[in-house]
Design a protein around this ligand. Structure first.
Ligand code: HEM
Length: 408
């Protein structure tokens, strides 16, 4: 076990990103830090082995750090509690330019607003079918029956084809949830996932398919003269892994958080019934600002930096508090209120910032919009009386379960 730097501040927080108690009381804690200790040393874990990091909680500090990838590097990992990157890293998230730039250039075309335009309709159809199944039960767990399934079904429908075996969805969802909530179990479950990726990539190469998303990854960096860079088999697997993982747990958590608002505030739900595209788009951004599904990110310093009087050293681990930034009253007045008419409604940090800003944000926004539209139409959608909702301590923060009464 290592501690990356001695605490120079007399005060040391005990902030554990995976503390099961943290997500329930997140706001009180995070607001207190942002106000009183915007940069603070924590003796909590940033991997299963390592402790000691700096936590940045103000909007300006978090944005500045995210924009300066040369100083705040992602090459030693970007998750709050880190898997060993030498074993596998997520690409492009956990690499710096120039490799980062090359990979984004290849993948971006699949995630532009135009490229994902049709996803909203597809997501709407999937949302309706999932709601039918929930309605048939009258009472259901909306996380297990809807939020966890919609992003996976959209991804399979959109980027894979029938031959890629849709029946794997429940297994993929469960494996991903396990990996992010219990990093110590990641090594048990990841090999199955990677065997599937290997099959997918080999299939595209055998068939000479180079134009769909999986085919592009299967051929990325194989031929330097074509792409301008080289990647090995492991890096191609790591890229596919990122593309599969990134959009599922995050969007599921976002859906769970939004559904919680809609199931507990009927006036709010009614206000979104029949709403036009612009209102729904604003609602999506404001829900994401209010409850960021990805609260934290990791970075590593490549040089000494003094920030708000704190002497941070080369090699120190840094934690960016996206969630703290999204509720910074300097940027978002009355930050704890949901207000779809905020002039800067899309300026939140829930999709990150800088070169690593979320590649799938347009897809995620469309999935969330379709889901809100469908939920707003239901005649009944309410939290079961007396149900206790707890939030997951994981890479993504969303409810564990959401028991709802539901009717068309
Ligand atoms: C509501 C849903 C989502 C949220 C809240 C979210 C959030 C984020 C955040 C905060 C980052 C930046 C992390 C960092 O800088 O350390 C990120 C990066 C990323 N996201 Fe998303 N994401 C969502 C959905 C998606 C979807 C649907 C995809 C599609 C596959 C996706 C793909 C990615 C990728 C590939 C990156 C890495 C980008 C890079 O390193 O250049 N995300 N996301």
């Amino acid at each position: 076990m290592t501690d990356t730097a001695p605490a120079t501040d007399a005060h040391v927080e005990h902030f554990e990103p995976l503390d099961p108690e943290l997500p329930n009381g997140y706001w009180e804690y995070s607001d207190g830090l942002r106000a009183n200790r915007p940069v603070v040393r924590s003796d909590g874990h940033w991997s299963t082995e390592d402790t000691g990091f700096w936590l940045l909680s103000r909007h300006d500090d978090v944005y500045h750090a995210a924009a300066d990838w040369q100083t705040y590097s992602s090459a030693n990992g970007a998750t709050p509690v880190q898997f060993p990157v030498e074993m596998f890293r997520m690409i492009p998230l956990e690499v710096d330019p120039p490799l980062h730039r090359h990979v984004r250039r290849l993948l971006n075309p699949f995630f532009t607003p135009e490229a994902v335009a049709a996803a909203e309709q597809a997501a709407g159809g999937i949302a309706d079918a999932l709601l039918d199944e929930c309605v048939a039960q009258a009472e259901c767990d909306f996380v297990g029956g809807f939020a966890n399934l919609l992003p996976a079904q959209v991804f399979f429908r959109y980027f894979l084809d029938a031959a890629d075996d849709q029946s794997r969805i429940p297994w993929v969802v469960q494996t991903i949830l396990t990996m992010f909530e219990f990093p110590d179990k990641a090594l048990e479950v990841a090999p199955g996932l990677f065997a599937w990726y290997t099959e997918l990539l080999a299939g595209r190469r055998e068939a000479g398919r180079q134009t769909d998303l999986i085919g592009v990854i299967a051929h990325a960096g194989l031929d330097e003269s074509a792409d301008g860079f080289v990647m090995d088999d492991k890096q191609r697997l790591e890229t596919l892994n990122m593309v599969v993982l990134a959009g599922m747990e995050t969007t599921s958590a976002g859906l769970g958080n939004i559904a919680h608002h809609l199931a507990t505030d009927q006036k709010l739900r009614a206000s979104l019934r029949g709403a036009n595209d612009d209102v729904l788009a604003r609602a999506v951004d404001e829900f994401l600002r209010h409850d960021p599904p990805v609260p934290l990110a990791g970075r590593t310093l490549t040089k000494d930096v003094e920030l708000r009087g704190c002497p941070m050293r080369t090699g120190d681990r840094i934690m960016l508090n996206w969630a703290g930034a999204s509720r910074d009253p300097e940027v978002f007045p009355r930050p704890d209120e949901l207000d779809f008419s905020r002039p800067n409604v899309a300026k939140h940090s829930s999709f990150g910032a800088g070169v690593h800003r979320c590649m799938g944000n347009h897809l995620a926004r469309r999935e969330l919009k379709a889901a809100i539209r469908a939920i707003a139409e239901l005649s009944t959608f309410e939290l079961v009386e007396g149900a206790q909702v707890n939030w997951r301590a994981a890479f993504a923060r969303g409810p564990h379960t959401l028991p709802v009464r539901i009717a068309r």
